[in-house]
Design a protein around this ligand. Structure first.
Ligand code: ADP
Length: 266
């Protein structure tokens, strides 16, 4: 709260009183602080790969080019870092479109089972390589629901790729869809991975918040996957929540309104 005092003057009596103005600035300051933090984060996230690219091109210039196997390794690093920056900028643009409400939702009645099976198929190669089992379960009665398939695919891709990143081989990933009492469709992605410590759970949907920065970066993460998922779900009028037990696994559940006729576009 900001307090401003203004004295009240009366010509003949001098100062006769004071006006105190109380202004709630906490909300505004919080917003400003989080904006500053966001800019600092983006700069840092871009600076790290740029510094790496700079030093590897310098090394190539300084003679590594004459050693073809070494040069090939350096070029590989430069490619990886460039791809990371492209992922980051793509995610940032997506978030900014969602923030500006520019991302128009194209809601269409969508077959939920087919969608989950398609996600599972998209990741089947990586899952097989890592020795992770995938399972899709759709409750009876869940058929079609109105949502933007491309956007919800993005949510599912983010959740499943996290599950895959943070689950050691031999684990499993389960995608489930069910109906809730309030005429909502609830979709969850559950893994048997490393889990998230209790102290981090409150902040996990924040932009760039990670439990372990180094690990996330090594896995190619941008730190924006869950924030993007959250914005998309909120734009659909749904909610998203995460339950996790350290060392046991994580379950992310999001809901989507079913619409008036339960199956037609709203
Ligand atoms: P990232 O690109 O780092 O994966 P996200 O926004 O998708 O960014 O996730 C934020 C952080 O939440 C991750 O860095 C990781 O620490 C944690 N996290 C997300 N999903 C899982 C999961 N399924 N299991 C364990 N930790 C997770």
């Amino acid at each position: 709260v900001r307090v401003t005092f203004t004295p009240i003057h009366r010509r003949e009596f001098g100062i006769t009183g004071t006006i105190a103005v109380l202004q709630d600035v906490t909300e505004q300051e919080k917003l400003e602080a989080s904006r500053r933090e966001f800019v600092a984060n983006v700069s840092h996230e871009l600076r790290t790969p740029l510094t790496t690219i700079k030093s590897y091109t310098e090394a190539l210039d300084d003679g590594a080019l004459d050693d073809p196997p070494l040069a090939a390794r350096f070029v590989g690093v430069i490619q990886n870092e460039t791809e990371r920056m492209i992922r980051l900028v793509t995610d940032l643009l997506h978030l900014s479109r969602l923030d500006n409400k520019e991302a128009l939702l194209r809601k269409q009645p969508t077959d939920v089972l087919e969608m989950l099976e398609d996600v599972s198929d998209r990741f089947s190669f990586q899952m097989q390589q890592k020795g992770i089992l995938a399972e899709v379960r759709v409750e009876e009665g869940v058929q079609k629901a109105p949502f933007d398939r491309d956007q919800i695919d993005q949510v599912l891709d983010n959740l499943v790729s996290n599950a895959l990143k943070y689950t050691p081989s031999g684990g499993s990933i389960t995608m489930e869809a069910a109906l809730t009492e309030g005429r909502l469709l609830a979709i969850s992605v559950q893994d048997t991975g490393i889990g998230i410590p209790k102290k981090d759970l409150d902040r996990i949907f924040e932009r760039f918040y990670r439990v372990d920065k180094a690990r996330s970066r090594n896995m190619g993460g941008t730190g924006l996957g869950l924030s993007i998922a959250r914005e998309i779900v909120l734009a659909h009028g749904g909610t998203i929540s995460l339950q996790s037990e350290l060392g046991q696994g994580t379950k992310v559940t999001f809901t989507l309104p079913l619409g008036d006729e339960g199956g037609s576009a709203s």
